[in-house]
Design a protein around this ligand. Sequence first.
Ligand code: ADQ
Length: 460
Amino acid sequence: MGRLVVVSNRVADPRKTASGGLAVALGQALEASGGLWFGWSGKVVENGTPGEGDLHRQTAGNVQLVTVDLSREDHDSYYLGYSNGVLWPVFHYRLDLADFDAGFIGGYRRVNQMFARKLAALLRPDDVIWVHDYHLIPLAAELRNMGCQQRMGFFLHIPLPPPLILAAVPEHDWLMRSLFAYDLVGFQSDADVAHFSRYVGTETSADILGEHEFRAFGKTLQVQSFPIGIDVDEFIALGQAREAQDMYNQIRDEYSRRRLLLGVERMDYSKGLPQRLKAFRQLLQNYPENLGSATLIQIAAPSRESVDAYAALRQELESLCGAINGNFGELDWMPVRYIHRSVARKRLPGLYRAASVALVTPLRDGMNLVAKEFIAAQDPEDPGVLVLSRFAGAAEQMRDALLVNPYDTTRTAETIQRALQMPLEERQHRHQALLQNIREHDVHWWRHRFLSALAAVPGG
Ligand code: ADQ
């Protein structure tokens, strides 16, 4: 196979493991094979001309990082507006939170065209191009318009909603048609693939050639699910290092007489934070033996704060936490410790390990890597319990977690109580099955499967 070219909205130095999730996964894919990583630099040029970013080049080991700045106008319409104000909410089934401002789509197209123009100049004929996520859906179509004939794959990290929800995006047919410029499209879950297939069946004149093969607009497209994983071994090693051990000891000492529940995410309305707090409140109400003991540490890292829906969520959360602490707290016990900050990645495994129960209860999530990290961080002899939303992509694989419907407050509270009371043997048994699952489906498996499927597409 030729050189690997990864394109994503953000680019990170693969030798630094400071950031989580996607950046780490992509960095590792590139480090293994060498190649080029192209995307936005993260810089906004206040007086820049829309659609004309400056290029930056940097070498990180055998990976070349090439990034481009955005003008203020492009940033606000492409990134904040269309990507995070339209596509993110709609793809997470939140039509109520979408801002269908007609001005955003122009920026989205312009930035995808600019990316294509800058990238096309760097490409070699035998490059293999792997494009990531909702910011860049039309990138292959733009590259094809410029005559690029390389093999191109696309992976969507967020869910694909059912056709009638997707159809609320005014440009839905253009977006979905753009996908046919790729050779391979990957989704996180089988549910997403089923939605794609139903969309194509009802909204386009595409031929469904097979379970994973569609033909339309003169192009055959392969579509499959490739559930993303974590680097289990790396995460376990991270948990054995001093920072994580210190964190673990500190929390364990502090909570030696208490039961710790943990939530970790970006502050995002897809993550079901208010619903989780209401379930926790119900736990304290319905099962009073938890009073004075059960403590929820909720870490919610700041995210996209200039999008209105995020500011409103923050207020709702702060008020819920305040009310729960006010109603149930004692001088020597606060039920919720809410922290609006991120935790250093090196300390994260220690925090996970100290928790008796993890609450991973998004209303919708493409996959959810926190669920997998929590399992990897546990002590197999005395593991914590994972309470997982059935609406996270991870629920398709992690059947041995306690699955909940996060909208059902009473049953979620009941399930949290069950998790807190689970006997050691059942905890070990479930943990073992979950660990085996995330090991088999780790990030290396994900990357190999996607890149082999892309290499196997006939013709290219
Ligand atoms: P996210 O929505 O960001 O990812 P997730 O999959 O949980 O969600 O990944 C988040 C990563 O950031 C994890 O590695 C986690 O440890 C880290 N992180 C989150 N909050 C943190 C905090 N407060 N402090 C420190 N670290 C924190 C998107 C999709 C997901 C999909 C991933 C990967 O929304 O559904 O699983 O991409 O495809």
